[in-house]
Design a protein around this ligand. Structure first.
Ligand code: MLT
Length: 236
């Protein structure tokens, strides 16, 4: 079994077979994992704000909530922003979350032909690795990046998934970036925060007061679930 890590969705060759995992640690995939762990019925990622509103209008009243961000800030009129800490069981249990974000939901859209397509974050890294090991097929870990640029936090998370996968799969083969992500993670595992403080998006989130989100998104393996995207809907 071989694992390949892509720094950006645009680098994934057309026709790449699944399984693949989309990673957007800060913060879209951390939000999806949290919402589903807290009982949301599903997450419907959409690219545009107007699309989110139109989709929400098609649900019976009270059953769907719009969430997401632009420039990491809440979208006016939406029930939820893009802070995973907002996605409490009290707010999201039983609801469909219609989510639009700058990078994460677009990465998912770019990979919609890939099957199976999973959602990964630090929060559920071990569960993702276990699922890939059980499938036993060559796998792609796809970092969402930030506005088309490499993002340290996503690649470090890929490194944690690779580290878990190596423990599950003896003789696991790694491509160059999978190896680099593993070394990056292992070198900084005792102080991930110090590494990720160099990420541009980290610094932006700190500048707008979102430190608690970062502390949360860097928690490792707190959820044992692997969301999967099928036909535009993410469920567990
Ligand atoms: C995204 O998908 O672009 C991110 O989740 C942005 C953010 O941190 O809100």
């Amino acid at each position: 079994m071989k694992v390949t890590v892509y720094a950006l969705p645009a680098l994934v060759p057309a026709g790449t077979p699944g399984p693949a995992v989309v990673i957007d640690v800060l913060r879209a995939t951390s939000v999806m994992v949290t919402a589903l762990a807290h009982g949301a019925r599903s997450v419907r990622p959409v690219a545009e704000i107007e699309e989110a509103k139109a989709l929400a209008a098609a649900f019976p009243p009270g059953t769907a909530l719009c969430g997401g961000e632009r420039r990491a800030l809440p979208i006016p009129g939406f029930a939820l922003g893009n802070s995973p800490l907002e996605y409490t069981p009290e707010k999201v249990a039983g609801k469909t979350i219609i989510l639009t974000t700058t990078n994460g939901t677009r990465a998912l859209a770019a990979l919609r032909q890939v099957e199976p397509l999973f959602i990964g974050a630090f929060l559920n890294a071990r569960a993702v690795a276990r699922t890939l090991a059980q499938l036993g097929r060559d796998a792609a870990l796809v970092c969402s990046g930030t506005r088309g640029r490499f993002s340290l936090d996503d690649v470090a998370c890929a490194g944690l998934i690779v580290a878990h996968l190596k423990a599950f799969v003896p003789g696991l083969e790694l491509d160059d970036l999978a190896y680099a992500s593993l070394v990056l993670y292992e070198t900084h595992r005792s102080n991930l925060r110090e590494l990720i403080a160099h990420a541009g998006h980290y610094q932006y989130l700190i500048s707008i007061g979102l430190e608690p989100d970062i502390a949360y998104c860097l928690k490792q393996d707190i959820f044992d679930l692997v969301p999967r995207a099928v036909a535009g809907e993410v469920t567990v």
